[in-house]
Design a binder for this molecule. Sequence first.
Ligand code: A3D
Length: 320
Amino acid sequence: MARNKIALIGSGMIGGTLAHLAGLKELGDIVLFDIADGIPQGKGLDIAQSSPVEGFDASLTGASDYSAIEGADVCIVTAGVPRKPGMSRDDLLGINLKVMEQVGAGIKKYAPNAFVICITNPLDAMVWALQKFSGLPKNKVVGMAGVLDSSRFRLFLAEEFNVSVKDITAFVLGGHGDTMVPLARYSTVAGIPLPDLIQMGWTTKEKLDQIIQRTRDGGAEIVGLLKTGSAYYAPAASAIEMAEAYLKDKKRVLPCAAHLSGQYGVKDMYVGVPTVIGAGGIERIIEIDLNKGEKEAFDKSVAAVAGLCEACINIAPSLK
Ligand code: A3D
């Protein structure tokens, strides 16, 4: 059986890290693509030269022509610009929307059967536009945000409770980052929900609120430290988990920005919800009952995403 083919569209900080992780995990042969000629070729060659040391078999090539992604099984899109200190994700909309138009056309022509994972910000609006520009089935185009947001939440909770990150599950809904909606009653330490842990004296409501706020600001905290760009190790690891779930038909339950067609009362938008990812792409969207406070927070998040989609339509009316 031939190896899977993974196309990384955008070979910057996240793209290079994706290539390294996909190689280490032997997910398939990897093509790095970027408009900055030389970068994808150089990163591909560098990572390929680590393969004898690490002991993985994968071909790594770089290109600045879309024909190189032909027949890809998975495309992971990071093309565009990241934030600098003082910028919000939404400030990137105008530039990155144009990039999504080019990327969508490239995928439509050369990799129409791929599972497409978008990472470019502002995430929920960019993945929505990318699906429309590419014309690929909605269950095959998904945004990475929830896995990262919940991973950040899990880390901070593990540190607070002094337990392994492995034993923490976190449940987040809504748009990426600032409007993320963490569901404390579905977030647990080995099955014990966070509200119970407050009662057991493991933490306090105030501490938990601080952790939730730090999670929401997780991206900005790293932008503030790096000063020249945004996070890339954890975002890359998160997208690789989604790609692996698809390629290995693992039926993982992962929070993703998925296309909603009425679930949670939302139509034709991408918003973070729990999904099942397997060989069919997004195979299921898990719809849970929200209580009043959760519903209010979720609706606020949806309204923020809707505003961004409107802004996209103003720039590119064909998206309507
Ligand atoms: P960066 O290192 O700048 O890489 C982006 C790459 O895209 C560069 O190499 C550019 O040359 C390339 N590029 C620009 N325009 C095009 C184009 N038209 N076609 C092909 N390639 C192009 O950024 P990064 O890797 O750090 O971040 C990439 C994106 O991910 C940014 O939009 C970030 O805001 C976003 N991001 C999202 C998350 C989420 O959780 C959703 C987290 C972190 C970063």
